[in-house]
Design a protein around this ligand. Sequence first.
Ligand SMILES: [Zn+2]
Length: 197
Amino acid sequence: MIADLDTLDSLPAREVSAGLAEVIKYGPIADEAFLGWIETNLDALRALDKSALAYAVRRSCEIKAAVVGQDEREQGLRAILNFGHTFGHAIEAGLGYGAWLHGEAVGCGMVMAADLSARLGLIDAAYAQRLARLIERAGLPVRGPALGAARYLELMRLDKKAEGGEIRFVVIESPGRAGVRPASDDLVAQVIAAHTA
Ligand SMILES: [Zn+2]
């Protein structure tokens, strides 16, 4: 998380976009109002407007703290902070770490996870598309590398969140609320086919 705002002026645009992925994440998982605020202020954020960045960082930290605090009552809730990361880690591992920035992989991973949420019937396709548009406007990739669905699934099973071979996906349960669910390989393969180059 970006903490020292004064060091940001020299940050390359690609790094700024990657950092924004982890800010955008907090909207769909926990705060619809924040998602709307990001949509309105995205250009200011990309231009490194200090007051916009300060608010984005503060709100992200508040939401993270609230989720972690609530995790003590709802065991495992903090896993929702990994929204986009299951698909994202597969992209990073599949391409070799460093080919894409972590935030770029998470951005694309959020597009895939939102689409999976829609295909599971949890949210409207329009909401998933709204998120994809925002992620694209943030300068992040919205199409993953064409590794093939089988390779994505293999990499996701190797990731630490797969328990007993079952991949647990962070999904949007409803706008501004997330949860963790399994999904069939077939459904995940459809998502990957729809969002890879
Ligand atoms: Zn991350």
